[in-house]
Design a protein around this ligand. Structure first.
Ligand SMILES: [Zn+2]
Length: 162
């Protein structure tokens, strides 16, 4: 599949980090639902998951856990929890679509932050099963456009600032 080849430089980075993790006691398995090779029990200071191409590295035992959305954690909205594995699968799709462009664009959009459209798209996908593409117009903006109104300036629609 083209996406897997296109994002293989990222996957390679993930495999290097994963191999390092294995030496430190991490466990590895292919997880179809993540579309990724998953390294669990990674040891690094910040708990959580990191996707690199078709590799997911995380500090927990399993990706099959519920987690809060970024918007919920930031206090922007009260949203139901999503499944971490679905959130990370959205990142895998983003990686397969953007290949080597993913990391620069992700960082330009704000890195690990609620303001990052990549993260909000991953939460959207994990909540509704669609919408992983980070540059899709938000439903709100589309509605305003149909109404002929100017796009709103809701806090969550602002692009990330440095
Ligand atoms: Zn994420």
């Amino acid at each position: 599949m083209f996406g897997i080849a296109w994002t293989s430089p990222n996957t390679l980075l993930g495999l290097f980090a994963g191999a390092f993790g294995l030496a430190m006691g991490a466990r590895m398995r292919w997880q179809p639902r993540a579309r990724a090779l998953v390294f669990a029990r990674m040891r690094w200071p910040a708990p959580g998951a990191l996707t690199l191409g078709n590799v997911v590295l995380h500090t927990g035992e399993s990706l099959d856990v519920a987690c809060h959305t970024y918007a919920h954690r930031a206090g922007w909205a009260v949203e139901p929890c999503v499944s971490l594995v679905d959130h990370e699968r959205a990142h895998v799709y983003q990686y397969m679509a953007l290949g080597p462009l993913f990391l620069p664009l992700y960082l330009l959009c704000g890195g690990v932050s609620v303001r990052n459209r990549f993260e909000r798209a991953a939460d959207r996908y994990a909540s509704h099963g669609r919408g992983w593409w980070p540059f899709a117009p938000s439903r709100e903006r589309r509605r305003w456009r149909t109404l002929g109104a100017a796009p709103g300036d809701a806090e969550h629609d602002r692009p990330a600032r440095p």
